[in-house]
Structures are given as structure tokens and as C-alpha cells.
Write a protein that binds this ligand. Sequence first.
Ligand code: ADP
Ligand code: MG
Length: 495
Amino acid sequence: MESNRGSANTETAALDDLPPDMDQALRDNTAEQLAGQWTRVRNRLQQEVGDVEYRTWLRQIALGGVDGDEVTVHLPTRFLRDWVRGHYADKLNALWQSENKRIRRVDIRVGGVAGVAPSSLGDSDDAVLPAGPDLTSIAPKFPEARPEVARPEMAAPLDTRFEFDSFVVGKPNEFAYACARRVAERPSSPGFNPLFLYGGVGLGKTHLMHAIGLELSRRDTAPIQVAYMSAEKFMYRFIAAIRSQSTMEFKEQLRSVDVLMVDDLQFLIGKDNTQEEFFHTFNALVDVGKQIVVSADKSPSDLSGLEDRLRTRLGCGMVADLHATTFELRISILEAKATRAEAEVPPKVLEFLAHKITSNVRELEGSLNRLIAHANLFGRPITLESTQEVLHDILKAHDRRVTIEEIQKRVAEHWNIRLADMSSARRARAVARPRQVAMYLAKQLTSRSLPEIGRKFGNRDHTTVMHAVSRVTELIEQDADFGERVELLRRMLES
Ligand code: ADP
Ligand code: MG
């Protein structure tokens, strides 16, 4: 793309960044059409989930409005919002899309009042209405929302749950956390502008950005204008401005903030014209000493598809990554979240979850919330058994397939014996004991039957495997040191 292209050209060209169909969408979503679509979506939802579920979770759902390809719906409490997000988001998406194929996302938020006009659609994420009488008693307790913080008109609201205080710090995220803190304390310091946060899904990028915004907006000193938005929103706002011939206003608004945060920048890949606009905004702000914070799923150098000059500038400040979580971090996060929700969750259950749900924090949090909601709903304590039952579907998806060969290899390494001895006839204790442990782990971690396991250990009989399992179980109870070794092996194999 030519860098000296006139801005009018860029702006017309930016319409090409829109997915096909959207053109129509921006004109088509009149209030009446939306209201009709919403009624049909609700009715179908009720039919699909049944009356009881609908009344418990969905009755209070209200239409917020539509913005670009995104529909916003509101629920009166955070708990309900989380529940609906966790359980009905896909269904809502599908139903909306079948009503209006231009809708690509349904944003489920707290706030709003039933029947809000689409035009007043809500950035009112934090307005909290009382929960319906059938829900107050079972909702986990989340801290009360604070009043919404002041922000420029165009920016998305900051979620007051995403404070620095609620962010659990561990090895994988301590650097990113420290950088975010630093920017919140002293924005625009040399070396920290822009701050580029990157990492996989659900590892806390958005959380940290909101935390910076919240911290800055609450400063006692001169008020700081913070604007947070996703890259996607950035594009839709830009395009909407072009359509309504108000790009000057758009640019002025953007350039008037002190801190601009743009989340999920990878969205701009392939959207060359919006990228160009972002690049100009970026330069205009950095040149006058304003702070930029950006997040993406990859480092600037790996974001192929972004223009080189933009990538170069993005990498000029501080680049911090959020690594995949460790077992220890997952435990700390679960403990913190359980405490916050004032729920009693046995340590064994927390450990179990931290072992099993390793993908990201969002899923970990979702699983815990589901457990707590379930326990409250049925008035039963949380146990390992109920956990397995309630999270059956999630756990199944996370079951990592460990092979017997892997188990044999790890166990042999651990006790420093030859791999061949897993199948040999040698009966010396130094060899026989590790072999028994490997059989035990094969039984625990794979779905193989006893005869199948026996065959893999030099064609041994299934009774030999059975004996190994009960012997190892006994030893784990009698000998703490041995128990710890087996536990360690299990963890290694599972992660
Ligand atoms: P990302 O933007 O990287 O995809 P989010 O910031 O949206 O991830 O995080 C997903 C969820 O996990 C959020 O609810 C967030 O509060 C939570 N979360 C992520 N990391 C942490 C952490 N270190 N401590 C507490 N909560 C976390
Ligand atoms: Mg995010």
C-alpha cells in the first residue's frame, strides 16, 4: 500500500475492509426489524431449552441494540450474564444468525433495562439491577459493581471485575503484569510506549488492559482520558464514521485521548485500510507523548499480515508476553476465585481442576463458576464426585490421551531402568516395582482394559496387572515418599 495515499481515498477504500453483506447490514437493522427478530429469537430459545430452563436463566434477557455485526443483549446481574455466556452463547449466536445472517456476534452484558431502544444501545455494562427472586439465593457472590468510570464517548466500558487486585500473578504472567502496573503508574514513560501485550486466548490480556484503564481513570490527579476498544470495534467505528461523513470527528476524538488501548490487534490482519488509519492515529498519539497499549495473539514480529512499518513501531516500546499457565498458577487463580465467590471448594477439587483444565484461565474460571452455581442450585457441597459429574462434558474434551508407551518411558526414566525392562521377565524389585507403577498409571490414565495393559507389559496376565494396581495403591498409602513420586509422575504425564 502506498504510504502517501490521500486520506479521502483511504477512507473510501476502507469500506473494502468490511466483510461482504455488512454493507446491507449497516442500513438494514432498523429498530422495528430488530425488535421482530429479537422476539423470534426469544421464542425459539424458549422452545429449544424448555420452560424451566428458560424461566430460570433467560427470562430476564433484554435486547440492547446492534452495532455493526454485533448484537448486544443485557442481563440484570453479573451472575446471570456469566451463566448465559457460559451456557447459551452458542445457541444465541446461532439463533441470531438464522434470523439475520449479518449478525456475527452476540455480546452478552450486564445492565440495561428491558426494552431499551436500539439507538441507546448500551455501553452500560456495569449498571446492575436487582436479580429476580428466583436467583438471588443461588448466585455466587461477586463483588458489587462500582460506578462506571468516565470515558470518552467512543470507547467501550471498562469491566470493573478486571482490576489489578483480582489478577493473580505467577511466573508465566509476572512480567506482563509488572509492565501493565508500570504503565498505569506512569503512562508514556520512555521505553514503555507502546506497551504490547501478547499471548494465547484466555491468558489475561484483556484483563490487564482493563486494569490499566481502571487504575488510570481513578487517579486523584488531573483526569486522564482513557479509551479502550477492540480492534474490531475500531474498524466498525471507523467505517461508520466514513459512512456518516464524520471521519474528522472520529479522528479528533481518538486523538484527544491520553491513553488509547486497542485489544486483539490481529483482527486488523488483511484489513489494510483500517490498519492504515490505525497507524496514523498511533503516530499522532505517540508523537505528542500519549500512551498506547495494544494486545495481540502473537508478538509484533510474528504478526505477519500487518504492515511492516506498523509492526516495527509496535515493537518499539515494551513487548511483554503472557505464557501458558502452570499448575501452581492455576491453583492460585482457582483459590482466589473461590474465595471471591465465597464458595467452599475442597482443595482436592481445586487440584483436580488445575490438573485437568490446562488450556486457559477463561475455561478454568468458567468451570469453577459452573460448579459453584450447581452446588448452590441444589444446595449440595462440592465434592470430587459432583465435580466429575457437573463438568463431565468439559473434562471429556480435555482428556489428554496418554499412551502406555509414554507411561513406560517416563516411569523407566524416573527410576533409571531400561525401557526394555517394562516388558522383560526380570523380577528383581528394582525393576518390578517401577513396572508395577507403570501398570498402575496405565490403569489410571488410559481407558485400556487390564488384559490390554498386560499385553503391553511383555504379555503378562490381567491378574498380574490387577495385583500391581492394588499393590501400588497400598504402597501409596503406606509410604508418603513413594506416594509423592507416583503423584509427580502422574502430573508430568497429564500435563
Ligand atoms: P485474553 O484477553 O488474553 O483472551 P482475558 O483477559 O479475557 O484473556 O482473560 C480470560 C478470563 O480469565 C477473564 O475472566 C480474566 O479475568 C481471567 N484471568 C486471566 N488471567 C487471570 C489471572 N492471572 N488472574 C485472575 N484472572 C485471570
Ligand atoms: Mg481478550
